[in-house]
Design a protein around this ligand. Structure first.
Ligand code: HEM
Length: 187
């Protein structure tokens, strides 16, 4: 038992995120990387069963992202991430903190904005058919249009931050080869 504890803390000291943090990172990454193209496509196709299905998936998985990010933040508060390698310059530490914080805030805000917009549109939000979210406001289509414009801008901001985040992770993995990519690598 004690040996196991030592092995886990040694792995952590060696600089990798713990298993649950990596699992939640890649679950959220997978969902968000699918949500962005689905979100763009569903507003541009003709109305019909396919569009309804994409809206349904987008809303239910958006709620899932919200819950997973909340759990992830709670886990992060109780389990501090391992320190970055000393070779990582100060500006990169500051930039990564800023991008990670912005991603957490926007990934929590975006599902909420979507729920607010759907409420104002008068559309119930079903979560995988298990339950329906309560409406946040009374039906008001102009308000819904305004909220979905904000939802679009926040979505494009998330996509831009992810491009920076993934570009930086690949730069560390392919060029700097300093172990930063391995910190979050799944296995
Ligand atoms: C939708 C996609 C993604 C989201 C929302 C996301 C979000 C995040 C966040 C919030 C963190 C900070 C973790 C923390 O300290 O609490 C993080 C860390 C990390 N992510 Fe992602 N990520 C995504 C995709 C990716 C991809 C595709 C890669 C690899 C190509 C990647 C590589 C990493 C690495 C290496 C770290 C650790 C950075 C460090 O050690 O400071 N991420 N990610």
């Amino acid at each position: 038992m004690q040996d196991g504890t030592i092995a886990v803390s040694e792995r952590h000291a060696a600089g990798r995120y713990r298993g649950p943090a990596r699992l939640m990172h890649w679950l959220v990454a997978l969902i968000v990387l699918c949500m962005i193209p689905v979100g763009i496509a569903m507003g541009r196709i003709n109305s019909g069963p396919l569009q309804d299905w994409l809206f349904y998936l987008h809303e239910a998985f958006g709620f899932t992202v919200f819950v997973l990010v909340l759990i992830r933040l709670a886990y992060r508060v109780t389990h501090k991430p391992p320190p970055l390698p000393l070779s990582v310059p100060r500006w990169q530490r500051i930039a990564s903190e800023a991008v990670h914080s912005a991603l957490y805030v926007l990934l929590l805000a975006q599902p909420f904005i979507g729920w607010f917009g759907a409420s104002a549109y008068g559309a119930p939000v079903s979560i995988f058919g298990l339950f329906t979210l309560p409406a946040l406001v009374a039906k008001n289509e102009p308000l819904s249009d305004a909220i979905f414009t904000i939802h679009d801008y926040v979505g494009f901001t998330i996509a831009g931050l992810l491009a920076i985040h993934i570009g930086a992770a690949l730069m560390h993995g392919l060029f700097q080869k300093d172990g930063v990519l391995q910190r979050m690598w799944p296995p």
